[in-house]
Write a protein that binds this ligand. Sequence first.
Ligand SMILES: Cc1cc2nc3c(=O)[nH]c(=O)nc-3n(C[C@H](O)[C@H](O)[C@H](O)COP(=O)(O)O)c2cc1C
Length: 231
Amino acid sequence: MKVFIVCGTNHKGSTYHFGRIIAEKLTTAENISEVFLPRDFGEFCCGCTNCFVKSEENCPHYAKLKPITELIDGSDVIILTSPVYVYHATGQMKAFLDHYGWRWMSHRPDERMFGKQAVVVATAAGAGVKSTMKDMADSCFYWGIPQIYRLGKPIKAVNWEGVSPKLKDNINSKADSMAKKILKRQGKVPIPIKTRAFFKLMSLMQRNGWNKVDAEYWKEKGWIGSKRPWK
Ligand SMILES: Cc1cc2nc3c(=O)[nH]c(=O)nc-3n(C[C@H](O)[C@H](O)[C@H](O)COP(=O)(O)O)c2cc1C
């Protein structure tokens, strides 16, 4: 199993450790890839909308993003991690996710997404874990990832060393049961009703899609009919 961690900061803090704990329960170290933001990708979307109306290849940051896109596509499990910064994901995580708007189900989802699973991870000193995990889970859902898990906690600390052993144990056992579920579903990831229903809605919309590039993509895939990107 290939696991890909996108770390929403440059440093290996508490949030990184949460993500790494779950990754190591899923696979061996050589099958885990990591990128750090903004070190490995720090661009802001410039709003040209080329990705939507022309092609993702017309994004001015396409070449920089390509190796990361390849890691996403080649992974079975994607782990997005971010500490809570003023109740939300870090700016660099948001800027990263903005670059994949064209991959949302409302535009041109990639069929490989429907066989993947994702974990969103957040830590806060006190509050904001739920909204931060949602920031990342929204993209995972709209990319088409059918199973998304949440691992988040207020840790009452500002670094990993300050996290109490009791809380570390608690995270470890949560990650254990999450990993069991992920491993069990690997290779036959169930598609929930919410994904099926949203895909159907998009399929109806794309029959007379306002955006030619998206409409043609859906037509080519056969998804405006009964064909689906899952079995
Ligand atoms: C700019 C900034 C904003 C923060 N905002 C919040 C917040 O809204 N709520 C909160 O409980 N903690 C907040 N924190 C604390 C961090 O979320 C918390 O310490 C987190 O566990 C750090 O994770 P890390 O070790 O992975 O960097 C903030 C920290 C920074 C630097």
